[in-house]
Design a protein around this ligand. Structure first.
Ligand code: PNW
Length: 469
């Protein structure tokens, strides 16, 4: 018996209260899925795409689990029509994908590649013909290699400027069909893992001062891109970041702990969302950095805090559970016990409350009026049975708990307008190669066959009901 027929056999007596009595989402809530260019496209040498820092990083033996790379990945560059059908089968209303900068400017800057946006033209037409609204991310970590080698990538503000130039070009060409752009995906991850820890591309272990400069240049790149999208995109084009913020959850929901969690969330995102929304680094951030603080001007801060239309949040887990504390900062993060549960990725702690507190803190701290959950999802072991079915009840458990918390937020008026599930299909999971699977569809990377997991049926039902099921 397949998962589908099992669902179809549900008896009438077991049916739940009708939609109006169930914990629903606001009408018009935008349900979507998310992917990124390097993780799915493949075709790394087609249409004069230039190399990116991830091509080089993935090809260095030892950097990626089982030495995977994304030269082919999901071959989405050729199979995009089928993949749009997968979205349609879910009933999804929106799709968040990323544009590969090295396709558009193979050397990062200079003249655009005449063929650089052809693939996205085709993809957009296919999405719109299927009634799926495109949301485009401009930078999901695939920096053109030439910018890294020429002037140290994000260590130089030439990269921030090149990013803005690329963003303006894309907005000019695609804003007839793309109404929502995300500037940069998860600054914190590629700044820290790519430039501090060295595990992600470009694989650097910079000093604290250099790392602070990279972080500043990335924030500056975001602000410059916002400005060039405003000047080059059509009127009504909307833009914002897609950040994986450090979400602090009150360990016990008392007013004092809630306040402590807000203070902690503001402080611990000082180099990212806080500076983007406040136009200054916090005193504690600058004091802590001391002589290693980034070099910046007042004008930089104005650019970084250019007005945005929405905030995108990637929500996977709470970074800390906090309590109020009688110390200078006013909060204390608590240690995670060894027994704290996680999903198939060891880092992916199960803390559904992050999906309530993340957006609530952002709305409250900075008076943000529009929020999208730009990513949420999980890896799971996904063992297919003999017939090839994947009954991923652990992924369903994870999603149901997070979506229940999201519904709690929207029912209280936290302005979350949409949710993009990571990911449409299994894909290249960075340093974990193909060993960690986040998809609603299973992908056989030898045949490129896509098969819906049970979670695809679950998500389709959520979308159909606009409610947690
Ligand atoms: C995000 N963490 O990465 C990325 O935006 C995606 O490209 C990625 O595939 C997805 O989430 C799943 O990993 C993250 O350690 C990686 O907290 C690690 C963390 C968070 C996000």
């Amino acid at each position: 018996m397949s998962a589908e027929s099992g669902l179809a056999n549900a008896s009438k007596e077991n049916s739940l209260p009708n939609r109006s009595l169930r914990p629903g989402f606001p009408s018009g809530f935008l349900w979507g899925t998310a992917t990124s260019a390097y993780q799915i496209e493949g075709a790394v040498n087609e249409d004069e795409r230039g190399p990116s820092i991830w091509d080089r990083h993935a090809h260095k033996i030892g950097n990626i689990l089982n030495n995977g790379n994304a030269d082919v990945a999901n071959d989405h560059f050729h199979l995009y029509k089928d993949d749009v059908q997968l979205m349609k089968a879910l009933g999804a209303k929106a799709y968040r994908f990323s544009i590969a900068w090295p396709r558009v400017f193979p050397a990062g800057a200079g003249a655009p590649n005449p063929k650089g946006l052809d693939f996205y033209d085709r993809l957009l037409d296919e999405l719109l013909a299927s009634g799926i609204e495109p949301f485009a991310t401009l930078y999901h970590w695939d920096l053109p290699l030439a910018l890294q080698d020429r002037h140290g990538g994000w260590l130089s503000r030439e990269t921030s400027e090149a990013f803005a130039h690329y963003a303006g070009h894309v907005a000019k060409r695609l804003s007839d069909r793309v109404k929502h752009f995300f500037t940069i995906n998860e600054c914190s991850r590629f700044v820290n893992l790519g430039h501090g820890h060295g595990s992600d591309a470009p694989g650097l272990k910079l000093s604290r001062a250099e790392l602070n400069q990279v972080r500043h240049n990335v924030a500056l790149g975001h602000g410059l891109a916002v400005r060039s999208i405003r000047t080059q995109g059509r009127a009504g084009t909307r833009v914002g970041p897609a950040e994986n913020i450090v979400t602090c959850v009150p360990a016990i929901e008392t007013p004092a702990n809630i306040r402590a969690a807000e203070i902690a969330t503001r402080e611990l995102n000082a180099g990212y969302l806080t500076v983007m929304l406040e136009g200054k680094y916090t005193d504690a951030f600058l004091a802590d950095a001391g002589k290693d603080a980034p070099q910046f001007t007042a004008e930089d801060l104005d650019i970084i805090s250019s007005p945005i239309d929405f905030v995108g949040l990637n929500v996977y887990m709470p970074e800390h559970y906090v309590v109020a504390a009688d110390n200078a900062q006013g909060f204390a993060p608590l240690p995670f016990p060894d027994s704290f549960p996680h999903m198939d990725s060891a880092w992916l702690k199960i803390g559904p409350e992050a999906m309530y507190w993340g957006p609530r803190h952002v709305a409250k701290l900075w008076d943000v009026k529009s929020i999208y959950i730009t990513e949420n999802g999980t890896s799971a072991a996904d063992q297919p049975d003999t017939a090839g079915n994947v009954y991923d009840v652990d992924r369903i458990m994870y999603l149901r708990n997070y979506l229940t918390q999201l519904q709690r937020a929207t029912s209280e008026g936290v302005p979350v307008l949409g949710y993009f599930l990571w990911s449409l299909m299994d894909n290249f999971e960075w340093t974990d190669g193909f060993e960690k699977r986040f998809g609603l569809y299973r992908v056989d990377f030898n045949t490129q066959r896509r098969t819906p997991k049970l979670s695809a049926s679950f998500y389709r039902e959520i979308i159909a009901q606009n409610a947690v099921v």
